[in-house]
Design a protein around this ligand. Structure first.
Ligand code: UGA
Length: 434
């Protein structure tokens, strides 16, 4: 199939590379000429395991090309819209400027019957708006708009795309069904269910999924606090909870709170959508508030572990991005936690395997170190912020020898208390007995 993808950002690039790998002919279009030029030179603007190789092999096979010209959409049977929908400043609604602009620009290039598939995360009703924009801009266009939300995770995006739990396609016009089934036909081999629903249901499913997962993480985080107060181990509780198949074991790892480019913006947007329709999303609203407060609580936890004060102390921070295997600093809990520690008088030295370039601009007063041991050298305390593999097997004796102090605060529960104690550390983690 000939497919065009509008927007060569995170979702657009992964979608394009994976669909090309399925054997489709893909053109990824982006309005940013420098991004297109970089992609044409083989430079991938984001860090995602396996993506560079997948792009290169499909480009070499002639199935994936990059272009700045939307006119390529004329040949496409399906055009995906995969442009960004950031949080709108001030009110937390999704900002649809890029989606609307892409629809308007696309309209004039449509020729023959075309399925316009919205992959961007958009509020319920956006499919209707996009259809109206295209129809107005090009009354002769023969098209349908379907909603095809994306459920991939950063750091595991290719695996998630190729082996999804499900694909959701929302449509109002049956003519969209066969082409979308054809796009995802290779997935039938992996027995992934392709769920066809109404367009509004598909749009809502995306927000419902992210909000539910954010609630799950937030629930276990509160449970971790209760474990600390009442004397329990949140990992045991999570295991006992997660073995119930109705609940499931995933997304029950307690930590410093969720971050990233999706959960924070999508939970806020769902709250706004609920308000707009007079159907308040009270659980989600509370989740947002608890998660925001958690950052301050984590800073307090670190300060408490440092005997009540970090003034004049140096704290080594391992991990800056919102989670491992990404260079994405968007809404990373580290930003607020570091800010609070600095406000309390601490010096921060940090290391992140992929995130330091992006972090530098956001955290100008943080010294960046070349590796975990370099960050730890001379530090009074060390904080494990994300569970990168490189941080899971640290040489604790070497760490202890290079640090000045003996405090480790593990916000991802990577280590066991006994092994830390054996190496002479005072160790605190999340929701586990000290
Ligand atoms: C999330 C969803 O998982 C994807 O399904 C969705 O497609 C994507 O958003 C999106 O809307 O584009 P992502 O933001 O890449 O994916 O990251 P997750 O792996 O879901 O993690 C989100 C946050 O929750 C991270 O800060 C992570 O550290 C935290 N988390 C996750 C926990 O603290 N504990 C857990 O058990 C799981």
């Amino acid at each position: 199939m000939k497919i065009a993808i509008v927007g060569a950002g995170y979702v657009g690039l992964v979608t394009g590379a994976c669909l090309a790998d399925f054997g489709h002919e893909i053109t990824c279009v982006d309005s940013d000429a420098s991004r297109v030029a970089a992609l044409q030179r083989g430079e991938i603007p984001i860090y995602e395991p396996g993506l560079k190789e997948l792009v290169a092999s499909n480009e070499a096979a002639g199935r994936l090309v990059f272009s700045g010209d939307l006119a390529v959409a004329a040949d496409a049977e399906v055009v995906f819209l995969a442009v960004g929908t950031p949080s709108r400043r001030g009110d937390g609604h999704a900002d649809l400027t890029h989606v609307h602009a892409a629809a308007r620009a696309l309209a004039q290039h449509l020729s023959g019957f075309t399925v316009v598939a919205i992959k961007s995360t958009v509020p319920v009703g956006t499919g209707d708006a996009v259809a109206a924009i295209i129809a107005e801009a090009n009354p002769a266009a023969d098209f349908v708009v379907v909603s095809n939300p994306e459920f991939l995770r950063e750091g595991a995006a290719i695996e998630d795309f190729k082996r999804p739990d499900r694909v959701v396609v929302g449509l109002e016009d049956e003519r969209g069904r066969a082409p979308m089934a054809e796009v995802y036909r290779p997935l039938y081999l992996n027995q992934a269910p392709i769920l066809f629903t109404g367009r509004r249901s598909a749009e809502l499913t995306k927000y419902a999924s992210n909000a539910f997962l954010a609630m799950k993480v937030t629930f276990i985080n509160e449970m971790a606090d209760l474990c600390e107060a009442a004397g329990g181990n949140v990992q045991d509780v999570a295991r006992g909870l997660g073995l119930d198949k109705r609940i499931g074991s995933k997304f029950l790892n307690a930590g410093p709170g969720y971050g990233g480019s999706c959960f924070p913006k999508d939970t806020q947007a769902l709250v706004r959508i609920g308000e707009e329709f007079g159907a308040p999303m009270r659980l989600v609203e509370t989740t947002v508030a608890i998660n925001e407060a958690r950052r301050g609580a984590m800073a307090d936890k670190i300060i408490a572990a440092c005997d009540g004060s970090v003034a004049g102390k140096t704290i080594a921070m391992l991990g800056l991005t919102f989670k491992p295997n990404t260079d994405d600093m968007r809404e990373a809990p580290s930003i607020a936690i570091i800010g609070a520690l600095q406000a309390a008088g601490a010096e921060i030295v940090a290391h992140d395997p992929e995130g330091m370039a992006a972090a530098q601009g956001l955290l100008p007063d943080v010294a960046m170190a070349a590796g975990p041991y370099e960050a730890a050298a001379g530090a009074d305390a060390l904080v494990l912020m994300t569970e990168w593999n490189a941080f899971r097997s640290l040489d604790l004796a070497r760490l202890k020898a290079s640090m000045r102090g003996d405090v480790i605060v593990d916000l991802r529960n990577i280590y066991r208390h006994e092994e830390m104690e054996r190496h002479g550390f005072r160790y605190d983690s999340v929701g586990r007995p000290v």
